[in-house]
Design a protein around this ligand. Structure first.
Ligand code: 13P
Length: 256
């Protein structure tokens, strides 16, 4: 991370975990474990039905609340979907788009990710765009191509001003929920490739301002090493964001 140039952001992604009452209990616990003045922004992206409980519990703390997805239309016949305006009215400030689980299980494509990102940014949300290669793609040596393409398509029609509301999360799919973490060098290499893609499109100054997180089995034990890298500006944390003590340690690692 380079805190002189950009914000460090530690975000939890709770995925399909926690009921509203469990949300209240976990955030109350986190308020006792998190540092009072962290050197990073602290975000919890929670299931839609937990947003109200999360907002209430997080009030007066450093925790900001995010959602895990957003639809690209403003309203209409899209059963089961949630619009950006619905999220902002609930006090949501962040939203994840393009998570590999959405791509893998729910038919999300680079094009739909682009539309969701646009809708989120236009509504004033800070959008966490996930990109990352499959194990087979890494083994074929095409990680840079895959991640660059995902980034470019997702950022179609996003101008330099809108880019200020975008965070990119590099999440190698083989590292998600597997206990396998990318080495800090692997994470740095791909995060810096992503920054290069941004520099090509928006210029170096704008690219330097973008927060690029790493995600994939990031935990209390490996966070400091990953965050020590110049281009790793935070983390998108799955499993370890469901444990108050572990999540607090990851947040503390940004104080180095
Ligand atoms: P884990 O931290 O559980 O590997 O999940 C990472 C992730 O998918 C965050 O979005």
């Amino acid at each position: 991370m380079n805190q002189a140039k950009r914000r460090t952001v530690i975000a939890g992604n709770w995925k399909m975990n926690m009921t509203p009452s469990q949300t209240t209990a976990l955030i109350n616990e986190m308020k006792t474990t998190l540092p009072a003045e962290p050197a990073c922004d602290v975000v919890l992206c929670v299931p839609f039905v937990d947003i109200a409980a999360a907002k209430a519990a997080a009030e007066g703390s450093v925790i900001k609340v995010g959602a895990e997805n957003v639809h690209f239309e403003e309203k209409g016949a899209y059963t089961g979907e949630i619009s950006a305006q619905m999220l902002t009215e609930c006090g949501v400030e962040y939203v994840i788009v393009g998570h590999s689980e959405r791509r893998q299980y729910f038919g999300e494509t680079d094009d739909t990710v682009n539309l969701r990102l646009l809708a989120g940014v236009k509504a004033g949300l800070t959008v966490i765009l996930c990109v990352g290669e499959l194990l087979g793609e890494r083994e074929k040596g095409i990680t840079a191509e895959i991640v660059s393409l995902q980034t470019k398509v997702a950022l179609r029609n996003i101008d330099a001003d809108m880019l200020k509301k975008v965070i990119i999360a590099y999440e190698p799919v083989w590292a998600i929920g597997t206990g396998l973490t990318a080495t800090s060098d692997q994470a740095e290499e791909v995060c810096s490739i992503i920054r290069g893609v941004l520099a090509e499109k928006y210029g170096d100054d704008a690219a330097q301002g973008v927060t690029i997180q790493y995600g994939g089995s990031m935990n209390a034990g490996n966070a400091a090493e990953l965050l020590s890298k110049e281009n790793v500006d935070g983390g998108l944390i799955g499993g370890a964001s469901l444990k108050a003590a572990d999540f607090a340690k990851i947040v503390e690692a940004s104080n180095q």
